[in-house]
Design a binder for this molecule. Structure first.
Ligand SMILES: [Zn+2]
Ligand SMILES: [Zn+2]
Length: 439
């Protein structure tokens, strides 16, 4: 398919991979970045006035649950990727805890095929570490890599057996891809539905100890050091984990880490209404943990921002807090929540926020993405940093509605998402101008 050339005029070009932050033009042609910077006089088939907007590499989410195959009523690869582009994401990596789990070559090919058919954004499959996510026998990593897997994870659960994880790490070094761990020692978290501590006691809910995260991470870092494997800690939520990662990086262990919007913007106190939209795994922690995660982002201990977009159906989420499933959606609310948690509170500025959502996740997953360098794929997100809007789950493209931010007034929104040189989403001031060119 041929793509029309697009000239994006006078935006604030932010490309952290090249330390670029200046007002100028960007020309996209043939699905690639053709020129960037200064004033570009060349004619293009389409021109976008981006004055007042941020123009940056397309956002990348390393941690999305698309629920297909098996739970298409919660999300499909089509609906989840539609939500992704609406939120400004041009690439997502999807977790394999589907039904059946994505633990083989056919699973990787299925995801890639469905994503291409949907045609919204790039999807990179993550394969299971163990067959069937059973935590016992290693899955066929080599075959999955050849079929497009970018990482391995048994997310939803940690790998409980240290011997299995050690073998997975040894094997993964052959491919130099990260193992992504959901750090949760089940012996310590067993039965917990929120953060363990005084608040859980007061609410009369079983708590999951923050040590469940810290102890598994500590064990994993010992194994990562011994094997030389690349290790990525998913959804870091505790002060103890942030400090362990900080120390491990100082020791040269090949560890990277992500945080989620909810672990930066909410605390265990938000569970007080017993609303299941505040039930996630790992659970919301204390204000001290939130601040430790923010410090970790500010000093580079935490490498990237993810969503852990975890769709669940209305019926399930209407269960009592105690019985409701874990997880919340995030693709369509992540950007403004990150703006609130990081920019409005002056933890980082826009160039750093863009780095945490583009080039850093690209490097973790070895993706040839995350920059606007000439010749790069024309994956571009246009952000209106001043647009104030109200999060309304009824407007979401996701099939699910389990979002803790419904009704929040927020600032900052992706107003255009361009994937491979094609406009896949347009909103805000650009909605009318570009509505004719989205499909
Ligand atoms: Zn997880
Ligand atoms: Zn997850």
């Amino acid at each position: 398919m041929s793509t029309a050339s697009i000239l994006i005029k006078q935006g604030r070009l932010i490309d952290p991979a090249r330390h670029l932050d200046e007002v100028g033009d960007l020309l996209l042609e043939g699905g690639k970045v053709r020129r960037i910077g200064g004033s570009i006089a060349e004619a293009a088939e389409r021109t976008i006035d981006a004055s007042g907007l941020i123009v940056c590499p397309g956002l990348i989410d390393v941690h999305t649950h698309l629920r297909e195959p098996g739970h298409e009523e919660e999300e499909t690869i089509a609906s989840g990727t539609h939500a992704a582009v609406a939120g400004g994401f041009t690439s997502v990596a999807c977790m394999p805890n589907t039904h059946p789990p994505l633990d083989n070559q056919a699973g990787m090919e299925f995801v890639t095929r469905q994503a291409a058919r949907a045609g919204h954004c790039n999807v990179y499959p993550i394969g299971c570490i163990t067959k069937g996510r059973q935590g016992k026998e290693l899955a066929e990593m080599g075959q999955m890599i050849r079929a497009g897997a970018v990482a391995f994870s048994d997310d939803g659960d940690g790998v409980a057996d240290a011997g299995v994880l050690q073998r997975a790490m040894q094997y993964s070094t052959m491919f130099d891809v990260p193992l992504i761990e959901h750090c949760e020692n089940a012996d310590l978290s067993s039965g917990g539905v929120m953060n363990g501590g005084a608040t859980a006691l007061r609410l009369g809910l079983p708590g999951a100890s923050p040590m469940a995260e810290v102890i598994m991470l500590q064990r994993d870092l010992v194994l990562a050091e011994a094997t030389g494997a690349r290790y990525h800690a998913a959804h870091v939520s505790t002060a103890g984990a942030v400090e362990l990662i900080r120390q491990a990086k100082r020791q040269g262990i090949r560890v990277t880490a992500e945080v989620t919007p909810h672990h930066l913007s909410l605390t265990e106190n938000d569970c007080r209404e017993y609303d299941p939209n505040f039930k996630m795994s790992p659970p919301l922690r204390t204000q001290a943990d939130v601040e430790a995660c923010l410090d970790g982002l500010a000093d580079g201990t935490i490498d990237c921002l993810a969503t852990d977009h975890a769709p669940h159906g209305q019926e399930e989420k209407e269960l009592e807090f105690l019985y409701a499933p874990f997880g919340v959606i995030g693709l369509e609310s992540a950007l403004p929540i990150y703006v609130k948690a990081l920019i409005e509170s002056k933890v980082v500025g826009w160039p750093e926020l863009v780095r945490l959502m583009t080039v850093n996740p690209a490097r973790i997953l070895n993706l040839p993405k995350g920059t606007l360098a000439p010749g790069a794929d024309a994956d571009v997100t246009l952000i209106d940093p001043d647009l104030v809007w109200t999060i309304d789950v009824e407007q979401f493209k996701s099939h699910s509605r389990n979002c803790p931010y419904h009704g929040w007034s927020v600032r900052g929104r992706a107003v255009a998402t361009i994937v491979g040189g094609v406009v896949k989403h347009a909103g805000g001031a650009l909605a009318q101008a570009l509505s004719a060119v989205t499909h």
